[in-house]
Ligand binder design. Structure first.
Ligand code: MG
Ligand code: ZN
Length: 222
């Protein structure tokens, strides 16, 4: 019985995600779903990205967290429209929450909507939010075995960003192993190595996002 219920929930979510995507398409908004572990550097990455692209594209952010406004406050400080979702214990965002949060923006003045998902490498993989691009962030301190241990989220992502790359000298992190693991699961997904702190790799990543925003569409066929 439990399995059937879970399947029903996922099917309903897929329907709502498709509606979200249609609404975003009509408004000309490109949407990314940023997933990764807690502390992988998702918010810091968004800050570094927006400082480079906001002259070209108008961003907005949906922040997903169990509790607190901490990340939303950081984005708000940049003068970027932001809606915080507190899931009150739920470990992922779903399409219903995104539909409600999107109503908090004037979508006509948004080009890029970034959703920062709850930090979680497991069930975020199962919930389409209506995004165009799923971006998975893996930080150097988390270790180079995460793709092997949590394959679904990586398989269902369009882009892999290896973050905190400035910390590489301090960890036994084999970036080529990570790239090889990713290639096996998602052969078309580009991999970026970046440090939001030092700026390494950020201009290349920012340029890629701008181009993707212009072209629309997904990188990986799911
Ligand atoms: Mg965050
Ligand atoms: Zn969950």
């Amino acid at each position: 019985m439990k399995i059937v219920a879970a399947k029903k929930i996922l099917r309903a979510n897929e329907q709502l995600a498709a509606e979200n995507r249609q609404q975003l398409d009509r408004a000309g908004v490109y949407c990314i779903n940023l997933v990764g572990s807690p502390g992988s550097g998702k918010t810091t990455l968004l800050e570094a990205l927006f400082s480079r692209i906001r002259e070209m594209v108008r961003p907005a952010v949906i922040e997903g967290d169990l509790a607190s406004q901490i990340d939303a406050d950081r984005i708000e400080k940049l003068g970027i429209p932001v809606v915080q979702i507190n899931t009150e214990g739920m470990c992922h965002l779903d399409a219903t929450m995104i539909g409600a949060a999107a109503a908090g923006f004037n979508l006509g003045s948004v080009d890029l909507l970034a959703i920062e998902n709850v930090g979680n490498l497991v069930c975020t993989a199962n919930y389409d939010l209506g995004e165009h691009l799923r971006v998975v962030v893996l930080s150097v301190p988390e270790g180079d075995d995460k793709i092997a241990k949590y394959p679904p989220i990586f398989q269902r992502s369009d882009v892999l960003i290896i973050s905190k790359y400035d910390l590489l000298p301090h960890f036994d992190f084999d970036a080529s192993r990570v790239e090889a693991d990713m290639r096996r699961l998602a052969p078309d997904a580009p991999v970026f190595r970046v440090s939001a702190k030092t700026g390494e790799g950020m201009d290349t990543l920012a340029g890629w996002f701008c181009e993707r925003c212009r072209q629309g569409g997904r990188v990986v066929q799911h």
